[in-house]
Design a protein around this ligand. Structure first.
Ligand code: IFM
Length: 450
């Protein structure tokens, strides 16, 4: 079902696992500020310690090796490299990632770094944050530093993780850092993120001429809540916002018409100069898929005038997200058709469940194993239907700081005891290791504890 050279991996992000928030000269990010603001995260949880990966990365690389991972997707913390987001480079931060990458290479695990997974240096937010176009230039300079430092060893790069979440959750709904609530800021942030991506790709081509680079976008299969034409139109508007807002400009050179008509002048215009940067060719597209969206028309609502609807009795994860594996094949096929068959990676897919470890930290997480298996099958079907899918990164390698949900939601295939920092592979990790070792064979599940 999967090609021989298929890349099987797992993913994490800097603020979610590193900890060491004040170690090694790291600066303050918007997530430090946000999580330390009362009421912003579950239980007041912060990423100060998280999984202490900053100090335990060698042990974590051994863990990855023991699972047989081919590749590891992680993110680089901008404020570890440039504490204020500009100028001075923090040598200790560069050393940390250098040692991490060397350990991975030594273990024959392909490092796949993401330049930005949500931890904007606070100083840049103080200067206007992502809605300020100049942040794209700061990002290009940061990317330049990183490519010069690591481009000799690392070939596969991702510019941004989930720009939709950065803009929508960070600047419109305010659920994520920096917690602003303005549609104008949100749409401007989106525009700057597109420019930042393009500028990073531009630097990359000069500095890492033999490398590959792409962006990671969160996407969903979007379905109408009923067969009414109003709900169909609502689903199209949401699809344009959810799936087209970033990918249409990158692959087709402009925002979707539906977004232009809904947002009017508040949506920035992509000028010819912007377009040249934003559409610079990339080598692959990373997608993060978790669930589908069922949308109904909502004439009394604002903006997009849509409302999400849940399917009664549908199975859901601890996030309340419907488990809908078919949507993965569907969206892979949709992107393949719309953007002329790009090379694709699933850069995140996984699930949080309410689960309890026994006294030895063992978690028999059959629901996660089943979730992954069903999604692997769906991805395999997409390949059979002609999708150019090249790899799959499970979210997440280990339990970690789930943003506004703090440590309450566990996505890991490896259990982390936050008191002792002991890592224990769950049943899903052991099963995943077998899948990788067998070249992608999906064995029947077992209810027995492995
Ligand atoms: O934990 C996040 C990750 O940082 C980005 N994608 C979704 C995951 C689960 O919510």
């Amino acid at each position: 079902m999967f090609p021989e050279d298929f890349l099987w991996g797992a993913a994490t992000a800097a603020y979610q696992i590193e900890g060491g928030a004040r170690d090694g000269g790291r600066g303050t990010s918007i997530w430090d500020t946000f999580s330390h603001t009362p009421g912003k995260t579950f239980n007041g949880d912060t990423g100060d310690l998280a999984c202490d990966h900053f100090h335990r990365f060698r042990e974590d690389v051994k863990l990855m090796k023991s699972l047989g991972l081919h590749a590891y997707r992680f993110s680089i913390s901008w404020p570890r490299i440039q504490p204020d987001g500009t100028g001075t480079v923090n040598a200790a931060g560069v050393d940390f990632y250098s040692e991490l990458m060397d350990s991975l290479l030594e273990a024959e695990i392909v490092p796949v770094p993401t330049l930005y997974h949500w931890d904007l240096p606070q100083k840049l937010e103080d200067g206007g944050g992502w809605p300020n176009r100049e942040t794209a230039d700061r990002f290009a300079d940061y990317a330049d530093v990183v490519f010069r430092a690591f481009g000799d060893r690392v070939n596969q790069w991702i510019t941004l993780n989930e720009p939709w979440c950065v803009a929508h959750l960070g600047y419109f709904s305010g659920e994520h850092a920096p917690g602003r609530k303005s549609l104008g800021d949100c749409l401007s942030a989106g525009h700057t993120l597109l420019l930042a991506h393009g500028k990073a790709v531009e630097r990359f081509r000069t500095l890492v001429p033999n490398g590959t680079i792409g962006i990671t976008d969160n996407v969903a299969a979007v379905h109408p809540a009923s067969s009414s034409s109003e709900d169909f139109a609502a689903a199209s508007r949401w699809d344009a916002y959810m799936n087209g807002w970033f990918l249409d400009p990158i692959f087709l050179g402009d925002y979707p018409d539906l977004l232009k008509s809904v947002f009017g002048d508040i949506l920035p215009t992509i000028t010819e100069a912007d377009r040249k940067l934003i559409t610079l060719p990339t080598d692959f597209l990373g997608i993060n898929y978790y669930s589908r969206s069922i949308m109904a028309d909502d004439p009394s609502g604002d903006g997009l005038k849509v409302r999400g609807v849940s399917q009664p009795d549908a199975p859901v994860t601890a996030m309340g997200w419907e488990i809908y594996p078919d949507g993965l094949r569907e969206i892979l096929e949709q992107l393949t058709a719309r953007y002329a068959k790009p090379a694709l990676y699933i850069t995140e897919n996984g699930a949080a469940f309410d689960e309890v470890a026994d006294g030895d930290g063992v978690v028999n997480d059959i629901p996660r194993l089943e979730y992954l298996k069903a999604h692997f099958i769906s991805a395999g079907e997409a390949i059979q239907n002609g999708v150019n899918l090249k790899g799959y990164f499970v979210w997440s390698l280990m339990d970690n700081f789930e943003w506004a949900f703090g440590y309450d939601r566990r996505f890991g295939i490896v259990h982390v005891d936050y008191g002792t920092q002991i890592r224990t592979p769950k049943a899903s990790a052991k099963w995943y290791a077998e899948v990788i070792a067998s070249g992608g064979q999906l064995k029947q599940r077992t209810n027995e504890r492995p």
